[in-house]
Structures are given as C-alpha cells and as structure tokens.
Design a protein around this ligand. Structure first.
Ligand SMILES: [Zn+2]
Length: 103
C-alpha cells in the first residue's frame, strides 16, 4: 500500500514550477523599459488654440482700419458676419448671405 501512495504524489510538477520562477528574468527587461518611457514623456507641443477675438476681424493698412468680415445688412455697421466658408451669417439677427460661387 505504501508504494501506491508514493506513486500518487509525483514530485515532478513542483520541480518544474520552481524552475520556471527561478529562470524568469523579470527585473532586467522591466528596468530597460522604464527609461524608454521617460524619454517618450516630452510629447510634441500641443497645438495652441486659434485666437478668435475681435481684433482678428480688423486689419491695419496705411493707418486705416480694414474690416475682414462683411457687415450685416440688417443690423448695420458694428455687426460683423461670421465666415462659414460658403456663406456669411449674422449672429445677431440670423441673416445669412451666401458667397458668390467660385468656379
Ligand atoms: Zn444681423
């Protein structure tokens, strides 16, 4: 009966597990990866937000103020129209004027 008991417990598995843990070189690659990450840290500069303020609507030329946006026909001078690519719109009254189609 004692023989059976010995066969039931094969010590091979335990040996394998121990070998694997001992062989695994965990520390070496981890240390190499860390400095790489640190080098990557300085990211490319973020794009600054486009300045969109009232001064972007004016341009000075020969001591004269030039307005870069058309003025709303309904609201009169002082109300610029927003440039939406193919059309201008007034944010005050909602007036929309389409640009002449360019061919
Ligand atoms: Zn308007």
């Amino acid at each position: 009966m004692s023989k059976k008991a010995k066969e039931a417990e094969p010590p091979k598995k335990e040996l394998k597990k121990g070998e694997k843990v001992g062989e695994a070189p965990k520390e070496a690659p981890a240390e190499e990866a860390k400095p790489e990450k640190a080098q990557k840290a300085p990211k490319p500069e973020k794009k600054k937000k486009k300045e969109k303020r009232i001064h972007t609507l004016y341009k000075l030329e020969n001591d004269k103020v030039q307005r870069l946006r058309p003025v709303c026909e309904r609201c009169g001078p002082g109300y610029f129209m927003a440039d939406h690519g193919n059309r201008y719109t007034c944010g005050h009254c909602g007036f929309t004027r389409y640009k002449p189609a360019e061919k």
